[in-house]
Design a protein around this ligand. Structure first.
Ligand code: PGA
Length: 259
């Protein structure tokens, strides 16, 4: 099962995950990070800024989970721009080593395959950060996504477009299509770290962590992975049936065991 860690604040979640990433980069200077966009990972990136100070990040590689299709990469809300602004620049990563799926319509038919090849050529993702949508999506794998899916184009649900409208002038400006790593792609990463905050995520989190495993709740794919860490605040953890057990397990975690 996933290790579930319930923390008291977003900052605590950010510090915990940043510590894990920092350790990974020190052990493995050419670590491959799976980067997520959205509000959830921001405390991790905030904590990494001081956390990675003095650490050589020049060889770190990164792959974003997803991108909008047909949105100019220079648009401030393209995930390429978001990753550059929120991760690459503040952390001093080498932009040439950071990739987002290619959402350009011109090459869209082959973009998924090309992205998969790049991830494979990099040796796969060491640590994949994940948020979760209110509809249970991870990456942009909307309900019904195959557990075997690889990077491909998906149609966003009305719910996801409404959730993301806050980043655009209006919901009409949110693209209808995206290109996203598949659930099968995500499951190949060596360590999954799913983070969620707030009451609005509580149902999706309960479904993802405690099942049943179903394509109708794509986040439940984490139950098929041998090494997943789920970091939650109290509100996001509020519908977990085994919350007390997770707390007990964390309290009594052996010293030798990392995340
Ligand atoms: P959020 O999005 O972090 O902005 O809540 C999560 C997601 O949609 O995966």
């Amino acid at each position: 099962m996933a290790e579930v860690v319930i923390v008291t604040s977003k900052d605590d979640a950010g510090a915990l995950v940043a510590d894990e990433i920092g350790g990974l980069v020190v052990r493995r200077p050419d670590a491959v990070l799976g980067l997520a966009t959205g509000s959830t990972p921001l405390p991790v990136y905030d904590a990494l800024r001081p956390g990675l100070r003095g650490v050589d990040v020049s060889r770190v590689r990164g792959f974003a989970l997803d991108e909008y299709v047909g949105l100019d990469p220079a648009h401030p809300e393209s995930y390429r721009s978001v990753i550059a602004r929120e991760v690459v620049e503040p952390l001093g990563l080498d932009p040439a080593r950071i990739r987002t799926p290619d959402g350009d319509l011109a090459g869209i038919a082959t973009a998924g395959e090309r992205y998969e090849r790049e991830i494979t050529a990099a040796g796969g993702v060491d640590l994949q950060l994940l948020g979760i949508g209110t509809d249970g999506h991870i990456g942009f794998n909307e309900p019904g996504s195959s557990f075997a899916s690889l990077t491909r184009v998906k149609t966003l649900t009305a719910q996801t477009r409404a959730d993301n409208a806050r980043f655009f002038d209006s919901v009409d400006d949110v693209p209808r299509h995206c290109i996203t790593q598949g659930l099968g792609t995500i499951l190949r990463a060596r360590h999954l770290v799913l983070i969620a905050f707030g009451e609005a995520k509580a149902d999706a989190v309960a479904g993802a962590v405690e099942g049943p495993v179903s394509a109708m709740l794509p986040g439940s794919a984490i139950q098929l992975h041998p090494h997943t860490t789920v970091v939650l605040d109290e509100a996001a953890a509020s519908r977990l049936r085994l919350a007390d057990y997770y707390r007990y397990t964390w309290e009594h975690k052996p010293d030798w065991q990392g995340l």
